[in-house]
Design a protein around this ligand. Structure first.
Ligand SMILES: C[S@@+](CC[C@H](N)C(=O)[O-])C[C@H]1O[C@@H](n2cnc3c(N)ncnc32)[C@H](O)[C@@H]1O
Length: 340
């Protein structure tokens, strides 16, 4: 019976899982975590209510949503009426350097129900993402024509880079030591390449992205900005980095991109540094589940995929690289290095 009850709770958990996103959205809209953070310590329901558009006679409903945030692991409660932030809550603080709020906002855009109509996605031509089916064009073409979406998208990507890049720098010092120049392909607003230029001043860093992305970013002296299309041209450099790029593309396109990378680096000492999820590195239920979720998100958003270790090695060798090394870092992503 205990087992059946557990199974029942598991299935109910999936049925009501939409609530997690809804409660998170509510908490972000009202800045719940930020208010508690600025209060500087455990915060009461009445302190919270005074900063929120919640009438006093609704404080019981507020308390119930706060209780759900505790079960979501974002708050802790002391007694019935005192709430404080868990260590995970820093990722939902607007001002924190590791804030994922811009990413959450991107996922809250548009009509979520249409996005999640996976049945019709599978009926459509396999190479089309849901984004393409819904908008008639892929994300990059859409972003090039819609300035607001372009800003949303670039800010969302830039919000994840301060989380992944320190893990990359710390976990892969040796990989960067021998490099004199590096181009960050699809580097967006340049958050990662600026951090690399700062950590390894001997490396001349540049970022290549589509013109509509490069146009929106300020000029940073430490990183050269190159507008361009990675399918047509990758500038010569000692190393090429691609952070969360290849998961946007199918295998055929990945091999094309990787071949371009190989042409851009020297035969001796040249390397391509790929930062992407390796699906089958076991690190506990939450991390593995998030990686699998990202795989489905890539299917919906770009038509790309997350890959297993075996798939990465195959891709890198198909593009003509002589050796492939995979390093696990303190991030959802791992580092896959292809040596010329
Ligand atoms: C998933 S985002 C990753 C951004 C960044 N590397 C990061 O880790 O946050 C993909 C990036 O690839 C860029 N991109 C897409 N197609 C491209 C192309 N053909 N040439 C160059 N960049 C491209 C997009 O504009 C976007 O900035």
């Amino acid at each position: 019976m205990a087992e059946e009850l557990n199974d029942l709770a598991l299935v109910w958990g999936h049925i009501v899982a939409f609530l997690d996103s809804a409660v998170l959205k509510w908490a972000l809209d009202l800045g719940i975590a930020d208010i508690i953070h600025w209060c500087g310590g455990p915060t009461t329901i009445s302190q919270l209510s005074s900063s929120l558009p919640v009438p006093a006679n609704n404080s019981d409903n507020l308390r119930r949503l706060m209780r759900y945030l505790v079960y979501m692991g974002l708050l802790t409660s002391q007694g019935e009426d005192l709430y404080w932030l868990t260590s995970a809550a820093k990722f939902i603080l607007v001002g924190d350097e590791k804030s994922l709020v811009p990413f959450a906002r991107l996922t809250q855009q548009g009509d979520g129900n249409k996005w999640l109509d996976l049945g019709s996605l599978l009926e459509e031509k396999a190479s089309k993402s849901t984004f393409e089916v819904l908008n008639g064009e892929d994300m990059s073409s859409y972003a090039a024509k819609h300035a607001e979406y372009n800003k949303f998208f670039n800010e969302a990507m830039a919000s994840d880079a301060p989380i992944v890049t320190p893990a990359l720098i710390e976990g892969c010092r040796d990989i960067f030591q021998g490099i004199t120049s590096l181009v960050d392909i699809g580097g967006g607003t340049g958050t990662a390449s600026r951090a690399i230029a700062k950590a390894f001043p001997h490396i001349k860093c540049s970022v290549l992205d589509l013109p509509h992305v490069i146009e929106t970013i300020p000029n940073y002296p430490e990183v050269e900005q190159v507008p361009g299309d990675m399918f047509s041209f990758i500038p010569h450099n000692h190393a090429v980095m691609m952070m969360k790029i290849l998961h946007d593309w199918d295998d055929e396109d990945c091999v094309k991109i990787l071949k371009r990378c190989k042409e851009a680096i020297p035969e001796k000492g040249g390397k391509v540094i790929i930062v992407d999820i390796v699906m089958d590195i076991e690190e506990g239920h939450n991390i593995t589940r998030t990686r699998y979720a990202f795989d489905v998100i890539m299917m919906i958003s770009t038509g790309g995929k997350e890959r297993t270790e075996k798939e990465w090695r195959k891709l890198v060798s198909s593009a003509g690289f002589s050796r492939c090394e995979i390093t696990v870092i303190n991030a959802l992503q791992s580092v896959i290095v292809g040596y010329a």
